[in-house]
Design a protein around this ligand. Structure first.
Ligand code: HAM
Length: 427
């Protein structure tokens, strides 16, 4: 009978164990390469912010009104665990007043009190980029292309890019009004849940996946009918840029996204293998008013965040981006008490090799088993004979190195020649 431990992770929170944790780190490294190759610098910002920072996103979104982890700290400040990083980055921009355009990338954990399910967690990780201080449709294209390139670097093939524009704030306001009037005129046909959404945020009714709403949503007014000349030109330039870069996309007029700060371009990368409720691998858009809402001067902003957890699920489904090897290079087996293993592993590690060993002075057989499990290519064996002679037995462990007989191919090497011997063998 297995006993249930007294303490376990809270719902929607997970321990990421090796080797999966190595994959998480690699994910961020690949993203950093993509972002830094385009001139983006990393920002590390706190997990906690003044609650007000996130309230400025707008309280019409569930992320702000229902899902925030917030508390009053010992100094009486009302604090929140960050549910996303765009608002934090805008807060940092106002606080530090950096040179524009400010091109930054980030990675880290976000917290949202959501109903946990596959691909939806209460603590999840994002990588993202933001640019503040440049209102150029080419920048929207650059950003969308960087996300696209990143998915390609992971090996994902089934990612779809969905694109929309919400126009200028005035266009959006007129559209919201028209949408509200339209749904109100057809209230009887609308699902009870969408009627509640309509009260708070008519745009979000377009997100409804309920069959009862499908026909009404399909026939709803389209945002494109409300674009100003400038908004239409911006959107056309974004589409032309993506076409020029050979990035395929679908314009989806119903794409409004969950956060409320978007203007002009919005986009989402959707995974081909995930359940439709959780298929957004990442998304973003323009948020030209957010810096101002946080007390700064009017400043253009555009960026995206990509969900790490969900993207890795998509990688599993597509069989790409396997965990990198965390195996050591060599494993030291010492049957003389352990002091040799201590000295030898330290020497090897200083020389830049990945080296592990067994502990507790176990038998030769038990230590060789541990060496096998470690994934090391080579075992270095020190018994009393070797200790006396100042030598080490170098034994290849992988079948492909020595054929089927793992005993063969071993050599006895003087301790003084060990490093140069290993360098030769391992290359
Ligand atoms: P978001 O759409 O809320 O946008 O989140 C971006 C991505 O984070 C989602 O597409 C999804 O992959 C992942 N994600 C969100 N919630 C969860 C969850 N509960 N569990 C697992 N993954 C999740 C933003 O956060 C904006 N800040 C993006 C942005 C940046 N817009 C402009 N700049």
């Amino acid at each position: 009978m297995t006993t249930v431990p007294e303490f376990q992770t809270s719902p929607g929170m997970r321990d990421i164990l090796p080797p999966e944790s190595a994959r998480w780190r690699r994910f961020v490294e690949v993203f950093a390469q993509v972002a830094e190759s385009a001139g983006y610098g990393q920002v590390l910002s706190p997990l906690l912010e003044d609650l007000g920072v996130f309230q400025r996103i707008g309280d019409a979104t569930d992320v702000v009104s229902k899902e925030m982890y917030d508390f009053v700290d010992k100094g009486g400040r009302h604090i929140a665990l960050r549910p996303e990083l765009t608002a934090s980055i805008c807060r940092a921009f106002v606080q530090h007043n950096p040179q524009m355009p400010w091109k930054i990338w980030y990675s880290g954990s976000m917290f949202r009190y959501e109903k946990p399910q596959r691909g939806r967690y209460r603590q999840f990780d994002q990588v993202g980029i933001e640019v503040l201080g440049a209102d150029d449709p080419n920048l929207d294209v650059e950003i969308i292309a960087l996300g696209w390139e990143f998915y390609a670097a992971l090996g994902l093939q089934q990612v779809k890019l969905i694109l929309n524009s919400l126009g200028e704030p005035d266009d959006r306001a007129r559209y919201v009004q028209a949408l509200k009037a339209y749904f109100e005129a057809n209230l009887e046909e609308l699902s009870p849940e969408s009627r509640v959404t309509l009260e708070k945020n008519p745009l979000r009714v377009l997100d409804s996946k309920r069959p009862q709403d499908a026909a009404l949503v399909a026939a709803a007014p389209r945002i494109a009918e409300f674009y100003s000349e400038q908004a239409a030109a911006h959107f056309a330039a974004v589409q032309a840029g993506l076409t020029a870069l050979d990035i395929p996309f679908t314009v989806e007029p119903k794409l409004v996204r969950g956060l409320d700060y978007y203007r002009h371009t919005t986009f989402e990368y959707q995974g081909g293998t995930l359940d439709s409720a959780q298929n957004a691998l990442g998304g973003g858009g323009r948020y030209d008013g957010l810096v101002e809402a946080l007390g700064g001067k009017p400043t253009a902003g555009v960026g995206f965040a990509l969900g790490l957890d969900r993207t890795l699920l998509a990688c599993d489904d597509e069989g790409v981006f396997a965990p990198p090897s965390t195996a050591v290079d060599v494993f030291v087996v010492d049957t003389t008490g352990g002091a040799e293993a201590l000295a030898l592993t330290a020497q090897l590690r200083r020389a830049g090799l990945r080296a592990d060993r067994a502990y507790e002075n176990r038998s030769m057989k038990s230590q060789m088993k541990a060496a096998d499990r470690s994934g090391a290519a080579i075992a270095l064996i020190v018994g009393s004979n070797e200790l006396e002679a100042g030598t080490v037995v170098v034994r290849p462990l992988r079948a492909e190195q020595v054929g089927d007989d793992t005993q063969s191919g071993q050599s006895v090497v003087a301790r003084t020649d060990l490093l140069s011997h290993l360098t030769k063998v391992m290359s």
